[in-house]
Design a protein around this ligand. Structure first.
Ligand code: NDP
Ligand code: MG
Length: 384
């Protein structure tokens, strides 16, 4: 029996890699739904190749334009609830959430509410709504398998021991393009420099997040919620080669690591086919070819968002939604070249400091906090 899969955010970097995995495993997977925000041309190519039954578009103009030109057999879902329909459609076994940003939360919740497998790339939904996601997962019997490479590595390593035997989770990060750049030079970092990641090719938002190390910060919060583990048991280690994707240290001092060349198709396939592994021809890694693997502690002074993330992880509540929303607003302004690189952490930290935290928030509280954080940060962007 083929597994029926929905890919949300199919036109993005993860979405395209997921379709590549689906294309290579057509005997085991059927793509039945796709969503995009605005990239109609690519969506049409994907429809022609994968023949999904339903598609959703979340940008209003793109939706009405596609409505006029769609001649395919894929049904365009309503603008308002297309994502909810796709995330909960009865025929689907797995929903891969590769939407970028807080916009992905609803889909994560709907997928789990429907009792399905959620293959989660959209880390922001775990960061801002992790406690709701965990509660739904328990209630509905839905399943969550992480796609984020570090969390996939930890998931795989955890199979070696019991939760009570964990000493710490060790999240690796490449350190991004500015690992060795002196802090004094950060003010002159250009958009192009921030967009050239040394080891991974990804969408624009996560690429900037990797340059500020906000991405690792989000991943600390993601790991803490996903594995239900205290933030002080999560350590970040800089590993510029991106071969070890993360590790778990157990109480007997054994460290279990997962290694591969950096290629998101591996954790995507793992999440789609778990508990099976699928055969892949490429990417065979021979330790003899690797040369030296190196490790160093992160520089918290150079990357203040990393330190801020530990605080946010400890406080929890609506603070995480504000932290994430302020970052989304600041990164968008940086990508439009309205603010400089150094202003991203300033804006995020200033916004977080002004927020009155609400613990154990409802979905509505999270949406409100997200809006508040976005607006506050946008005001700061306007003052720059
Ligand atoms: P991209 O920017 O490449 O793609 C984002 C996707 O989301 C696109 O399909 C885009 O549509 C769609 N989208 C944009 N805005 C909205 C919205 N408001 N509502 C619904 N859909 C929207 O991002 P990535 O693929 O790089 O990342 C996706 C997620 O995966 C992020 O959460 C990221 O942190 C996470 N991730 C990514 C990794 C990577 O290697 N890229 C690694 C680990 C995690 P369109 O293009 O049509 O506008
Ligand atoms: Mg990651």
């Amino acid at each position: 029996m083929k597994k029926r899969v929905v890919i949300l955010g199919s036109t993005g970097s993860i979405g395209c890699s997921a379709l590549d995995v689906a294309g290579k495993n057509g005997d085991r997977l059927e793509v039945i739904g796709l969503s995009a925000h605005s990239n109609i041309d690519l969506l049409m190519e994907q429809i022609a190749r994968f023949n999904p039954r339903h598609v959703a578009l979340t940008d209003k103009n793109a939706h009405s334009q596609f409505y006029k030109i769609n001649k395919s057999s894929a049904e365009l879902l309503d603008f308002e609830d297309g994502i909810t329909y796709l995330a909960s459609m009865a025929e689907a076994d797995i929903v891969l959430n590769a939407i970028v940003g807080a916009a992905g939360l609803k889909a994560s919740l709907e997928t789990l509410k429907a009792g399905k497998r959620l293959a989660l790339a959209n880390k922001e939904s775990m960061v801002i709504g992790g406690h709701l996601i965990n509660a739904l997962k328990k209630e509905s019997g839905g399943e969550l398998i992480p796609v984020d490479s570090e969390h996939s590595a930890i998931w795989q390593a955890l199979i070696s021991g019991k939760k009570s035997e964990i000493r710490k989770l060790i999240l690796t990060g490449s350190g991004g393009p500015f690992r060795t750049l002196p802090k004094e030079k950060f003010a002159s970092i250009t958009k192009d420099q921030a967009m050239s990641h040394p080891t991974w090719k990804m969408g624009p938002k996560i690429t900037v997040d990797s340059a500020t190390m906000m991405n690792k910060g989000l991943e600390i919060i993601e790991a803490s919620l996903l594995f239900e583990i205290a933030p002080d048991k999560i350590e970040v280690v800089i590993h510029p080669q991106s071969i070890i994707h993360s590790m778990v240290e157990f109480i007997d001092s054994s460290i279990i690591a997962q290694m591969s060349y950096p290629d998101m198709r591996l954790p995507i396939a793992y999440a789609l086919f778990y508990p099976d592994r699928v055969f892949t021809e490429n990417g065979h890694l021979s330790p003899n070819d690797l040369g030296n693997l190196s490790f160093e502690p992160p520089d918290f002074a150079k990357f203040p968002l990393l330190k801020a993330a530990y605080k946010v992880a400890n406080y929890g509540g609506t603070l995480a939604a504000v932290f994430n929303a302020a970052n989304e607003a600041a990164v968008a302004a940086f990508l439009k070249e309205i603010i400089i690189f150094n202003q991203i952490p300033d804006i995020v930290i200033n916004t977080v400091e002004k927020h009155t935290n609400k613990v154990n928030p409802s979905y509505e509280d999270i949406v409100d906090a997200d809006q508040w954080g976005r607006q506050f940060a946008e005001k700061l962007v306007g003052q720059k």
